[in-house]
Design a protein around this ligand. Structure first.
Ligand SMILES: Cc1ncc(COP(=O)(O)O)c(C=O)c1O
Length: 378
């Protein structure tokens, strides 16, 4: 079976992790945590990095920093992982949804304005499968209405966006550099990994201090077992950060490999009818975190049947997200009932992603493409 993802770890990772074992710095203090935080923040053009135990925790910390009041609203795409909505619901807020763009599968930024109410506190853009959200309209809404931005950059390490393209000062910015707080996951299938892990990035020193405190049970610096706020234990270990630092040090090589995989798939699959491939908008650098495809209904198949045909040929795939508005757990809480998001609904049924891991070889990629061709021809 060609797996949908396989991480590619190297000698430096082994050296750094061995150093932790040799020196005994295996828990949540040690040089690798700070270096990992600093290097990743700098790479993304941010002042502060706060490493946490996973990407879901990063979102929870970021949303907790907003100090939502019960009923405060956060606008987000329906086409995303449940973590985005969980962070808001756990904070007593209400997720408010928009549909996604049929080309990039990221949030449809033209739908944000009509979802803004007096209760709206923030917008949460989520970059999908390696392609950035069109951020200028999001920044514009945020400025116009005084809303915070929590950027979910879990799937786009190193992706770039050309901001201000309609002005005479366009500016190429990395994902993770937008908004009040940006969140990353560094789970094993992400571009860089610590096994399980995440990071919150911020420029504002007060917000960064708050996030750091929330990560560690809101211990007081001068009075340890005295607490004035509700915190979490979302600490990352030095052992995990050792892996992360080694990965950050070769991020450009990792991005180049992901882009090679994306472009090879584009090249081999371009002539196939009935298959929508990922795009790279002129204002974006796609890092092809996962290579997604959407099947046309004219193929007579949905993604479940397509996945079965690929599995029968030894190819593992993953279905696209099922929209937040289709999740029973939210319906039970009276959320999103009778709301319609046709683009997300369609791609949830017709979309899947192909093997995209860093360890994928050229031969395996050709094998996947041959299998796709056969699955469509049946
Ligand atoms: C867009 C997005 N946000 C958040 C997360 C949550 O990250 P984690 O799995 O590290 O909790 C993921 C995970 O894949 C994700 O894809």
């Amino acid at each position: 079976m060609i797996p949908v993802n396989e991480p590619l770890l190297a000698q430096r990772e082994l050296e750094y992790v061995s150093e932790c074992v040799r020196t005994g710095w295996v828990s949540s203090a040690g040089r690798f945590i700070e270096e990992f935080e600093e290097k990743w923040a700098t790479y993304c053009g941010r002042h502060h990095g706060i490493a946490v135990s996973n990407g879901t925790a990063a979102l929870q910390v970021a949303v907790a920093c907003l100090g939502l009041k019960p009923g405060d609203e956060v606008i987000m795409p329906t086409f995303t992982i449940i973590s985005c909505a969980l962070a808001v619901v756990y904070s007593g807020g209400v997720p408010v949804l928009v549909d996604c763009d049929p080309r990039t599968w990221c949030m449809d930024v033209t739908q944000i304005e009509r979802k803004i109410t007096p209760r709206t506190r923030a917008i949460m853009p989520v970059h999908i499968y390696g392609h950035p959200v069109d951020m200028d309209p999001v920044l514009h809404r945020s400025e116009k209405h005084g809303l915070a931005i929590i950027e979910d950059a879990a799937e786009v390490h190193g992706a770039e966006y050309l901001s201000g393209r309609n002005t005479n000062q366009p500016n190429c910015r990395r994902r993770g550099s937008f908004g009040s707080l940006s969140c990353f996951s560094v789970y094993a299938n992400k571009l860089i990994t610590t096994g399980e892990g995440g990071m919150v990035l911020a420029d504002d020193a007060v917000l960064a201090k708050k996030a750091r405190s929330l990560r560690n049970l809101c211990f007081q610096p001068n009075r340890r077992f005295y607490h004035e706020e509700l915190g979490f234990n979302f600490r990352l270990t030095n052992l995990q950060a050792a892996l992360g630092l080694a990965q950050v040090e070769r991020i450009e090589e990792i991005i180049a490999r992901k882009r090679w995989i994306g472009q090879e798939y584009n090249h081999h699959l371009a002539d196939l009818k009935g298959l929508q491939l990922p795009v790279e908008e002129p204002w974006a650098r796609n890092v092809y975190w996962m290579y997604g495809v959407v099947l046309s209904e004219e193929t007579g198949m949905d993604a479940t049947v397509f996945a079965q045909r690929l599995k029968a040929q030894g190819i593992e795939t993953r279905p696209f997200f099922l929209g937040l508005h289709e999740q029973p757990v939210f319906h039970q809480r009276e959320l999103f009932l009778r709301e319609r998001y046709p683009v997300a609904k369609r791609i949830a049924r017709q979309g899947l992603y192909l093997p995209s891991g860093l360890a994928l070889t050229a031969e395996q990629l050709t094998e996947v493409c041959d299998a796709v061709r056969k699955a469509l021809a049946k």
